[in-house]
Design a protein around this ligand. Structure first.
Ligand SMILES: [Zn+2]
Length: 327
């Protein structure tokens, strides 16, 4: 049986349902093969991270870490997505990931980060539709809010959060400030490295605004700069569900691999520095969107009559197996 090696596929489509997602079509490949290619690629990344942690975690200089905790984390990462259960439509043109053994370390593991993002984005999209029913004409905007690069990553994230909360409180209590027309906000904190090698924490937001209203970008830039020292903000209208994917493609950019992602060392360091910090928060009419990945998803379409296809990790890619009991 052929082993499907990791493929390089980047563009993302909206999720079919809460538990699955797919990637853009490439001629000659089935949906399952394309999904597996991405899973394999990111599983290799998790394996590299596991090896890095086992060999190098002491060089990160984090005193409270102990061997047992790091070994457990590395074990979880190395074993994430070791098997996958797909449901394939009888036409073979469509398939969905049905079950897999995810490690759920979404701030380190790209497969788990992507899954978490897609599940959560679907929930957000339903909430946006609900808010628009209550407030016909309400429009969404994405915003990126920055602060000066810093050596104190945790302090930077806390400054971003407290600054956003100050502006929201001013809007709620006094009806003033640049966010006074905002009905709800989702805030996701992200981290990259600046050219000066300091951390670059920043904030990706989705705002939903009262009908006919807008955020004054000049006013927001001025007020934000007073609070954080950050001068760069970016505001864009969000029109489609796919636009949200661009905003929240990853739970945290520390899990982004590739040229503009962080190194294994920085990803590990950021993970431990930010342990226990909430990196996705909801305010106003977006408050209360569940963050868990339980079985309480909307069922989506009925896949009970679809064919079962099983794969197991085989060292360099996934090997098809007849059942999950087969070694
Ligand atoms: Zn995982």
């Amino acid at each position: 049986m052929a082993v499907i090696k990791g493929a390089v596929v980047e563009s993302l489509q909206a999720p079919h349902n809460g538990h699955s997602y797919s990637v853009a079509l490439r001629s000659g490949e089935s949906e399952t093969q394309r999904d597996l290619g991405l899973f394999a690629r990111y599983k290799c990344d998790a394996l590299a991270l596991a090896v890095y942690l086992l060999k190098q975690f002491r060089s990160l200089g984090i005193a409270r870490l102990n061997d047992a905790r790091v070994q457990r984390l590395a074990f979880d990462l190395a074993n994430c997505c070791s098997w996958m259960w797909f449901k394939q439509h009888p036409s073979e043109y469509r398939s969905k990931l049905f079950r897999a053994d995810f490690c759920n370390h979404r701030l380190l593991c790209i497969n788990c980060s992507r899954r978490s993002s897609f599940v959560w984005l679907r929930r957000l999209w339903f909430r946006i539709k609900g808010v628009r029913k209550l407030h016909p004409g309400a429009r969404c905007y994405s915003g990126v809010l920055t602060m000066p690069n810093t050596a104190d990553l945790r302090g930077g994230i806390l400054l971003l959060r407290s600054s956003l909360i100050k502006l929201l409180n001013r809007a709620r209590k006094k009806g003033t400030g640049p966010l006074r027309h905002v009905l709800g906000v989702v805030a996701c904190y992200e981290v990259t490295r600046g050219k000066d090698n300091f951390w670059h924490p920043h904030l990706h937001c989705v705002f939903i605004l009262a009908p006919g209203q807008r955020i004054d970008a000049t006013e927001l830039r001025l007020e934000w700069s007073k609070l954080t020292g950050g001068r760069q903000i970016k505001l864009d209208a969000l029109l489609k569900q796919e636009d949200l994917l661009e905003v929240f493609k990853y739970t945290l950019k520390t899990t982004k691999s590739g040229r503009d992602g962080l190194s294994l060392a920085d990803r590990s360091l950021a993970y431990f520095l930010l342990l226990g910090t909430r990196l996705r928060e909801c305010y106003g009419l977006f408050r209360g969107i569940p963050d868990d990945l339980g079985d309480s998803e909307e069922p989506g379409e009925d896949v009970s009559s679809w064919n079962d296809i099983f794969y197991r990790w085989a060292g360099v890619g996934y090997r098809r197996i007849s059942s999950l009991h087969e070694e």
